[in-house]
Design a protein around this ligand. Structure first.
Ligand SMILES: Cc1cc2nc3c(=O)[nH]c(=O)nc-3n(C[C@H](O)[C@H](O)[C@H](O)COP(=O)(O)OP(=O)(O)OC[C@H]3O[C@@H](n4cnc5c(N)ncnc54)[C@H](O)[C@@H]3O)c2cc1C
Length: 427
């Protein structure tokens, strides 16, 4: 009966001692982030937090970049844990704050001590007016690619992104890029099934002139390749185009598919020149029809596309100004032309972005907008309500599409919404 009482007394004494004595030293703590545990080291000098270092984290790089950079510094500068989460990176921000709390507890310091005073928000400021040649709306793969292309041609570019990080869905993507690449694919053997696929395609009755042209070109290349070596995996842009057309039930615009499949190999080459290194083999991702997927060797997932464009802007000192946390609201029209964008900045301020030469809309799709999904869906019979999760970034809400429509753009093929239930929308 006496022993438990003694133990209780001792631990109460230890607690009293640790909270009374100021801690000095470096302590580690961890907390669950979005993808896995985040580990930090917190250095204390008489209870003063002098350093917060992130030791281990597996958060999505682009998303967690800003919290990793600014939250430790905000904690040290303000001696406070009452730091606002970075919008769009809530889990990663929370994980850092909770890991610091854990480290403090291990140091015997009560984290509540750092929860006093007013909340501290991360503030960026953007100009309320800009004048440029080109304004790009949306900082995913398409937006950054457009910004680099325009700037390389001498245009002064302003790119706005509503989130606190660049990347959009592109950064969350698996990263596989489909492009026919005969030299790379020749490392693989062609199976009997693959041979039959091409032969069946060649037997199709063309539905239009463009398909007839593509089929004729495919037949010529196929006959030559089979004669040379029937065992080597065959590919060409025409096969890519015709397979894509067929897989989309022949409803897509074949002229656009043709362009996509002809330009894809050049895109692979262009990215390679910018520093994205490709695996020396091609693969076939789920949903793909042919092993023509290219994957980055020096990056995981779609991160490589975003980083490659960012590095190119820096390396080549391209005139691209990136404004984060700046959301496009409306396109400005004058004399029948779109000449700029009205936007809202990080602190709710109104921003006007004038564009002498043009506005490029690259604000992505609408997978995370339930209302738009339900409105436009033609395939799923009204079943795309909020009980259907999405792996899209929560930023992918389609307002750019509606903005463009309001300015007079026509919308096509909005109803063909692809579901690919292979990953968990929760994580
Ligand atoms: C989980 C997942 C895996 C995928 N895997 C693959 C794959 O392996 N291969 C493949 O080819 N495709 C894949 N995809 C599809 C691919 O990611 C997209 O087709 C592609 O990234 C779209 O690029 P984007 O630049 O058009 O749009 P996004 O990359 O989505 O960029 C749009 C940007 O616009 C911003 N924005 C939106 N509205 C506004 C506004 N009002 N103001 C300012 N900014 C705004 C958004 O925040 C976002 O950053 C995948 C998609 C997902 C979700």
């Amino acid at each position: 009966m006496i022993k438990p009482f003694a133990v209780f007394t001792l631990s109460a004494f230890a607690l009293a001692c640790t909270s009374a004595l100021a801690a000095t030293g470096t302590y580690q703590g961890k907390a669950l982030g979005h993808n896995a545990e985040v580990e930090v080291a917190v250095t204390l000098d008489n209870d003063k937090i002098t350093n917060v270092q992130i030791l281990k984290n597996f958060e999505t790089p682009a998303v967690s970049e800003l919290p990793k950079k600014v939250i430790p510094q905000m904690i040290v500068d303000n001696q406070s844990l009452k730091v606002d989460r970075i919008s769009g990176a809530t889990f990663s921000s929370m994980a850092i704050l909770n890991a610091v709390k854990d480290a403090l507890k291990k140091a015997g310091v009560d984290p509540q001590k750092y929860m006093q005073g007013s909340r501290i928000a991360y503030k960026v400021s953007v100009p309320t007016k800009t004048d440029s040649d080109v304004v790009v709306v949306g900082g995913g793969g398409a937006g950054l690619s457009a910004a680099v292309a325009a700037a390389r041609k001498g245009a002064k570019v302003v790119l706005i992104e509503k989130m606190s990080f660049l990347g959009g869905n592109t950064v969350l993507a698996g990263g596989a890029l489909n492009a026919s690449d005969p030299a790379l694919e020749a490392k693989q053997k062609m199976s009997a099934g693959q041979r039959k696929m091409v032969e069946d395609l060649l037997k199709e009755e063309p539905k239009n002139e463009q398909q007839a042209k593509l089929l004729a070109s495919l037949k010529k290349q196929w006959d030559e390749a089979i004669k040379k070596d029937p065992d080597i995996l065959f590919d060409c842009p025409e096969l890519h185009a015709l397979q894509t057309y067929k897989a989309g039930d022949y409803v897509a615009d074949l002229a656009l598919i043709d362009k996509l499949s002809k330009l894809a190999p050049a895109t692979v080459e262009r990215l390679d020149k910018m520093g994205l290194k490709w695996n020396d083999f091609s693969s076939q991702y789920v949903g793909a029809i042919w092993p023509r997927c290219h994957d980055a060797a020096n990056y995981t997932s779609g991160q490589g596309y975003i980083d490659t464009f960012r590095h190119t802007i820096e390396k080549e000192k391209l005139p691209v100004t990136i404004l984060l946390q700046t959301k496009a609201d409306e396109l400005i029209k004058k004399d029948g032309r779109v000449v700029g964008v009205k936007a809202t900045g990080p602190n709710g301020e109104k921003v006007t972005l004038n564009a002498k030469k043009g506005v490029i809309m690259t604000s992505g799709g609408f997978g995370a907008n339930v209302e738009m999904r339900q409105k436009f869906d033609k395939l799923w019979g009204g079943k795309l309500g909020k009980n259907i999760g999405t792996t899209n970034s929560r930023a992918i809400t389609g307002e750019g599409i509606l903005m463009a429509e309001k300015a007079g753009a026509g919308l096509v093929d909005m109803g063909y919404i692809q579901l690919l239930p292979v990953t968990d929308p929760e994580n």
